[in-house]
Write a protein that binds this ligand. Structure first.
Ligand SMILES: Nc1nc2c(ncn2[C@@H]2O[C@H](COP(=O)(O)OP(=O)(O)O)[C@@H](O)[C@H]2O)c(=O)[nH]1
Ligand SMILES: [Mg+2]
Length: 273
């Protein structure tokens, strides 16, 4: 059976937030008649995440569970899920669905019209709609991290860390098969690999309704993320140069979409204009 869309969710101790998310996604794909699979990767949870996912698969036939005993991090969980996916498109989303699933329709045109291989949700563009903000300290953390990202690895994006990202299936599986970062800096590695390998990426404004119950640890996770940024810099190298990228177009193309947002398409190997 051809699967149009794989939705991959990394879940660590998500027994509270996950059931509603899965029901909403199921309702959405059913109403849009999307042939899909929803892959929940239980990242070594110690709560009922795996059990409830299994129980829900009675009501939600497209649900697939991948579970392993030890917590390895969001990057590892998504890599596992993406490499097991079969969809023509792959959507990554967080277990709390802070970006409503309907926002897929903002990302999808960039892939459907062939202008991009990847469309990433962004909370930091002029047209982003932040209905409920993260706490001030998380916003601060995000801004500081973004400065490090720009200085050390890649300076194309206003927000690398939004959990809502869409890829062509081939692109997702190819990029994640080259990736190594297990924890929260995985997005930066994927975007650096995308640029290095000539994939075109659009940063697209989305809606964000921050959900309570974040599992991110401000000190521990921030330190790990900075360590991983250094690792990405050492392994993939800085991808923030605007010259000397072989066949890559080093030019930002501004496109008008049918949704009347203005967005940036970053660096690809094929001309648009
Ligand atoms: N904190 C944490 N989250 C993980 C881990 N593995 C997978 N995740 C998932 O990564 C996503 C992070 O979302 P959340 O905690 O809401 O992060 P925030 O919205 O950035 O504060 C959720 O779907 C988690 O279940 C892990 O080891 N730690
Ligand atoms: Mg969240």
């Amino acid at each position: 059976m051809h699967i149009e869309l794989s939705i991959v969710i990394a879940a660590f101790n998500e027994e509270v937030r996950l059931p509603m998310t899965l029901r909403k996604i199921h309702g959405y794909v059913t109403s849009r008649k999307l042939t899909s699979e929803i892959i929940v990767v239980d990242d070594g949870s110690s709560d009922g995440t795996a059990g409830l996912t299994e129980a829900l698969s009675g009501d939600i036939p497209e649900l697939r569970l991948i579970s392993y005993p030890q917590n390895r991090g969001k990057g590892h969980a998504l890599r596992t899920g993406v490499l097991a996916s079969r969809g023509g498109l792959v959507l990554l989303t967080d277990a709390d669905l802070s970006t409503p699933i309907e926002e897929l329709e903002r990302l999808r045109p960039f892939i459907d019209n062939g202008s991009c291989h990847v469309a990433i949700g962004s909370r930091a563009l002029a047209m982003s709609r932040i209905t409920k903000r993260q706490p001030w300290w998380r916003q601060g953390m995000g801004k500081i991290f973004n400065r490090f990202v720009k200085a050390l690895v890649i300076n194309d994006y206003s927000d690398t860390q939004c959990g809502f990202k869409l890829f062509t299936g081939e692109t997702a599986r190819s990029l994640f098969s080259k990736a190594h970062i297990d924890r929260f800096a995985y997005d930066v590695e994927i975007l650096a690999l995308a640029k290095k390998n000539g994939y075109r990426v659009a940063e697209v404004p989305i809606e964000w309704i921050n959900a309570p119950g974040s599992k991110v640890h401000p000190v521990e996770d921030s330190l790990q993320m900075l360590k991983d940024l250094c690792r990405i810099r050492l392994t993939i190298g800085a991808q923030n140069k605007t010259t000397d990228h072989g066949n890559l177009r080093n030019k930002t193309v501004i496109l008008k979409t049918g949704l009347s947002d203005v967005l940036d398409i970053k660096k690809g190997s094929v001309d648009f204009d």
